[in-house]
Design a protein around this ligand. Structure first.
Ligand SMILES: Cc1ncc(C[n+]2csc(CCOP(=O)(O)OP(=O)(O)O)c2C)c(N)n1
Ligand SMILES: [Mg+2]
Length: 332
């Protein structure tokens, strides 16, 4: 878990550097080696690592627009994921999806920029596993800003009524872009959403990877043993802006301070020391993680960009008719 968490943190620190290249002084979102938006998950690592450590390759995971820590913990190919983020031909989606649309069928991972989008497909994967009589499970990650979405609530209902092997993991970082949680819902504890659907709802109230590990083990075990779904909410923190380039003028200084000081990685390091893991062993995991990240970034930057002629391959639209300069294309 520690190795996964430091890999994710270092990965995002390096992506941040690469992302900013060429985008300043006036922020130009399309410039530089990583074009488009970038949502970093620094401060969320305990949730991805603490849940995914209980999963196998044939278990399905869906994640939202802040996916890197979950993808890394699920075992998504780091090189091809990085190539995707850099928009390269050898990326997971041939460079056409970018950082919010990472799909790795080898480990059954998908993510999407549409809030709560991944929840119904995770329920579908759980239903498929059950119908095929396998003991595979599905896990849907979503933000606390998504807990009022109809698709999420309908998914809770369907999962409960069919006793499906699925775990819903809400990452509560207190914010949905600039919107604080208490302005959009009266439910203080998102796990309470489970009550209306008669399934267990559990909240891990701190950035404690070991506590996430324990709660997730129970939830995943329950699903795998055929005992139905669980809703798990984990308190995490957003150490960065909503996306790169977010000036966060809406965010009180104390909140930024809190996110900086409650670091699940530092906390896990203290726990490892308490349980007798030697400092050198921790340092070795850290340097192994850093090496892996550097290798993936170096490899990705060396990869070719997709040919413009391939723009209409693997997408649900047809090329524009000859002579039609319209951006949206011709015949659909
Ligand atoms: C259906 C839909 N509505 C609105 C948006 C715009 N949007 C992108 S991120 C976001 C907030 C998400 O907040 P939360 O679910 O708490 O996740 P976090 O960003 O905090 O990790 C919104 C509203 C979207 N992508 N999809
Ligand atoms: Mg949020």
């Amino acid at each position: 878990m520690y190795e996964n968490m430091v890999t994710a943190r270092h990965y995002e620190e390096r992506l941040q550097e690469e992302y900013l290249e060429g985008k300043q002084p006036a922020f130009d979102i399309s410039a530089g080696p990583i074009p488009g938006e970038l949502h970093l998950a620094a401060g969320h690592e305990a949730s991805g690592a603490g849940v995914c450590i209980h999963l196998r390759d044939d278990d399905t995971v869906t994640a939202p627009h802040r996916p890197h820590h979950v993808a890394i913990a699920k075992g998504v190919d780091l090189k091809r994921m990085t190539a995707e983020i850099f928009g390269r031909e050898t990326g997971l989606c041939r460079g056409k999806g970018g950082h919010m649309h990472l799909f790795d069928p080898e480990v059954n991972f998908a993510c999407s920029g549409i809030i709560a989008q991944g929840v119904p497909p995770a329920v579908g994967a759980a239903m498929a596993a059950k119908k095929r009589n396998t003991d595979a499970v599905a896990v849907a990650f979503l933000g606390e800003g998504a807990i009022d979405q109809g698709g999420f609530l309908e998914s809770l209902n369907l999962a409960s009524v069919h006793d499906l092997p699925v775990v819903f993991v809400v990452e509560d970082n207190d914010w949905a872009i600039s919107m604080p949680k208490d302005r959009v819902t009266d439910v203080e504890n998102g796990a309470q959403r489970a009550d209306g659907f008669d399934l267990p709802g559990v909240r891990v109230d701190s950035d404690d990877a070991l506590a996430v590990y324990d709660s997730a083990r129970e939830a995943v075990g329950r699903a795998r043993d055929g005992n139905g779904p669980t809703l798990l909410e984990v308190q995490v923190h957003r150490r960065m802006g909503h996306f790169m380039g977010d000036a966060e003028g809406y965010r009180p200084d104390e909140d930024v301070d809190r996110a900086t000081h409650r670091d699940s990685i530092t906390r896990l390091e203290a726990d490892l020391a308490k349980y007798g893991v030697a400092d050198e062993d921790v340092a070795e995991l850290r340097s192994r993680a850093e090496e892996r990240v550097e290798e993936a970034i170096e490899w990705a930057k060396d990869q070719p960009e997709p040919e413009p002629e391939t723009a209409y391959e693997d997408v649900f639209t047809n090329p524009p008719a000859q002579g039609d300069a319209g951006v949206r294309g011709g015949e659909q």
